[in-house]
Design a protein around this ligand. Structure first.
Ligand code: NAI
Length: 387
């Protein structure tokens, strides 16, 4: 079993190290901060103790997993690794320096991966002498619990290295999808309207947050409502992802961030972690009641759903990933009750298209332009009397 290196022992790195160790690998966990390494090991010990307590692991299994994770403060530890995954601060210049230095210490067939959420893998790979061995391996938080991993080949990545990376992560019992090296990959691109359109509906005074959350859960079948979920993710993180995707798409209005969320971030109303976000998390705080109006609820769900379907369709149209992987990504990465493309078929492509065109006609905003793929599919189905 090959050795695995992880650089950055924060939220993601420590989770990835746990996943690799649980799959039987000897792991080298590197960080420039000793405190971060101590914290990661303490957290691993705690998680394992809890799994033993719950009867999910035996004491011997837990001990073996912990013993496979070795902390390191020298890249030389990576000399025998088959893969090193970087999960440090989201800063291109720092990542580039790390990859250039790292490459000097690993063997010739070691894969180098980045867990970046928003930087291009091509730009990171460009810092290496052998960019063909660099690939994106994007886990979701928390890495040990979320099944999805997006595998992102850069333009430089060799096919055999893409396959090696995918096979390895598959062997960790993760659900892998392959995505083009484009902003937000699959999940962080396609999911944008879940938040953005919900905020827009709120800003227009169509419904309040509690009602929108109620509708999306009770009528839409989503596990969490958009506002609850933004509070859970953190309004700072969610806002930054939106702004990054919008900027990376050359300010495409489809991804435009909202002032509502920006102000929440500026005010420090970050959500659960700060005790207040869209909702108040203080003990005993009174929670707003939704207005359980079925007609309004259905209209809310439909508007957000068709915007999500539009993103999924456009991602497929532009070859970001296969239809199967786009649907898998949203069900396994963000727990959607159904894949969006399958959902589109169920609702009828023409109905989805009509819904989007109605919004476009009403607002005259680029935000509501329908993907040409939906138009082509609807026309095809009409001409051939199918669907
Ligand atoms: P974090 O802030 O929890 O951890 C980053 C760690 O990297 C810290 O322990 C820090 O000491 C260390 N570090 C910083 N510079 C370093 C360097 N030059 N060399 C070695 N270690 C260094 O960050 P988090 O949230 O774990 O994110 C890490 C990466 O994973 C980022 O690229 C982020 O975009 C990505 N990501 C984050 C997700 C999340 O939900 N937090 C989800 C998926 C990807």
């Amino acid at each position: 079993m090959q050795e695995i290196g992880v650089i950055g022992a924060g939220t993601m790195g420590s989770g990835i190290a746990q996943v690799a160790a649980q799959s039987g690998h000897k792991v080298w966990l590197f960080d420039t901060s000793e405190a971060a390494l101590d914290k990661a090991m303490a957290s691993l010990n705690k998680i394992m103790a809890r799994l033993v307590e719950k009867g999910k692991k035996t004491q011997a299994e837990a001990d073996a997993i912990i013993s496979r994770v070795n902390v390191s403060s020298d890249y030389k530890s990576f000399a025998n690794c088959g893969l090193v995954i970087e999960a440090i601060v989201e800063n291109l210049d720092i990542k580039k320096k790390v990859f250039a230095a790292l490459e000097e210490q690993v063997n010739a067939d070691c894969l180098l991966a980045s867990n970046t959420s928003s930087l291009s893998i091509a730009s990171i790979a460009a810092s290496c002498k052998h960019p063909e061995r660099v690939v994106g391996i994007h886990f979701f938080n928390p890495a040990p619990l979320m099944p999805l991993v997006e595998i992102v080949p850069a333009v430089q990545t060799a096919d055999e290295n893409l396959k090696k990376a995918k096979d390895l992560i598959d062997s960790w019992k993760k659900v892998t999808v392959v995505t083009k090296d484009t902003p937000g990959f699959i999940v962080n691109r396609v999911a944008r309207p879940f938040y953005g359109e919900a905020i827009r509906i709120y800003e227009e005074g169509i419904a309040d947050m509690a009602t929108i959350d109620w509708a999306m859960k009770e009528i839409g079948g989503f596990k969490m409502g958009p506002f609850e979920l933004m509070d859970y993710i953190g309004n700072d993180i969610n806002y930054t992802v939106t702004e990054t995707v919008w900027t990376a798409f050359y300010y495409d209005p489809r991804y435009k961030p909202s002032f509502t969320q920006k102000r929440m971030m500026e005010a420090g109303y970050l959500g659960r972690k700060s005790g207040k976000g869209y909702y108040n998390y203080a003990e005993g705080a009174k929670q707003p009641e939704p207005e359980k109006n079925q007609v309004v609820g259905e209209a809310i769900v439909w508007r957000i759903l068709i915007m999500l379907i539009n993103e999924a369709a456009d991602a497929l149209h532009l070859g970001v990933a296969s239809a199967k992987d786009i649907d898998l990504a949203m069900t396994k990465g963000v727990n959607y009750p159904k894949g969006l493309l399958a959902w589109a078929d169920e609702k009828g492509i023409q109905n989805v298209l009509d819904g989007l065109d109605k919004l476009y006609l009403a607002y005259h905003e680029e935000r509501y332009r329908a993907s040409v793929l939906l138009r082509q599919k609807a026309a095809f189905q009409k001409n051939f009397n199918v669907g």
